[in-house]
Write a protein that binds this ligand. Structure first.
Ligand SMILES: [Zn+2]
Length: 292
């Protein structure tokens, strides 16, 4: 278990260290989900291209112009204990940028021992949860599992609970205190007696994208605005006004969102607790569904 868990963790490290890559984890989720659903150990690029493209468009980074599902299909081969592809770098015209034409006839499989390991469904599910927790905030998990055909895992919350406990208590207290225990967007601050209801300490640059647990990466939000921030339905401008994705729609949207559009969010009195622009601009660039 540990071995493959560590192998999966390794795919997270990227050269710059600043931006997470979601291509390989999406390919792994797609193919592990196929194995859970009884598929044999053979994946043709042609067959999975469309599904992988859809996943990349919905759950990949938002700044990407070309989705390039051929990249993870070929380059996951650089983790030989996980993935074997019929094409490797040495066979490409340009080793670092495989083309779709080159990938079209490619066939890949999980390395034999890894495939045997995945035959144990609990192992396979454990790795699915690991990938979800390491690469996406919780707000994405339900939709992503549905798109993988793994809705059944939604009732299996054990791993999610463990993940929650890992979040720093200090971060939560600092954020709630400095934001005066109210949502920075709608000012909601409902209590039952003394107990605050439904206000979260949220990360602006997701921890899954190497965001930190420092107050300058934190903001207090109600549940609905927390979800909206994590999913990129809203973001924050350089002037700290609220931005709203043009893709957001539905009833009572004015009341929950448009009423606050282009208006300043609440900021802590102490300016050294204010959001760091690097974290906010990361969110605008890679997470926000800005309507491109
Ligand atoms: Zn709110």
């Amino acid at each position: 278990m540990l071995k493959y868990s560590e192998e999966l963790a390794k795919i997270k490290v990227n050269k710059s260290g600043a931006v997470v890559s979601l291509h390989k984890p999406l390919l792994l989720l797609l193919t592990i989900a196929d194995v859970i659903q009884g598929k044999s150990n053979e994946f043709n690029f042609r067959e999975i291209e469309e599904h992988l493209k859809l996943l990349l468009s919905k759950y990949g980074l938002k700044n990407i112009k070309a989705l390039k599902p051929e990249y993870p299909f070929v380059y996951l081969g650089s983790s030989p204990t996980l993935w074997k592809c019929s094409i490797d770098k040495s066979m490409l015209k340009n080793p670092n940028s495989v083309t779709r034409a080159e990938a079209l006839e490619a066939v890949a499989k999980f390395e034999d021992n890894f495939y045997s390991y995945l035959q144990n469904i609990q192992h396979a599910k454990g790795l699915v949860w690991q990938l979800l927790n390491e690469f996406w905030p919780e707000a994405y998990h339900e939709d992503l599992l549905r798109d993988l055909g793994l809705d059944g895992l939604l009732n299996e919350t054990i791993v999610q609970e463990v993940q929650k406990q890992r979040r720093g208590r200090l971060f939560v207290e600092e954020v709630l205190d400095s934001y005066e225990r109210q949502c920075a967007i709608c000012n909601q601050s409902i209590r039952l007696g003394d107990a605050l209801i439904g206000i979260d300490a949220c990360h602006v640059k997701p921890i899954q994208h190497f965001g930190d647990d420092h107050i300058t990466n934190g903001i207090a939000l109600c549940k609905i605005h927390h979800w909206a921030l994590d999913r990129g339905a809203i973001s924050i401008s350089e002037n700290r006004d609220l931005l709203i994705s043009p893709k957001l729609n539905g009833s009572r949207i004015n009341e929950y969102f448009h009423e606050f559009a282009q208006k300043p969010i609440f900021l802590p009195r102490n300016s050294s607790f204010h959001l760091n622009e690097e974290n906010v601009s990361y969110h605008r660039k890679y997470v926000f569904e800005g309507g491109r």
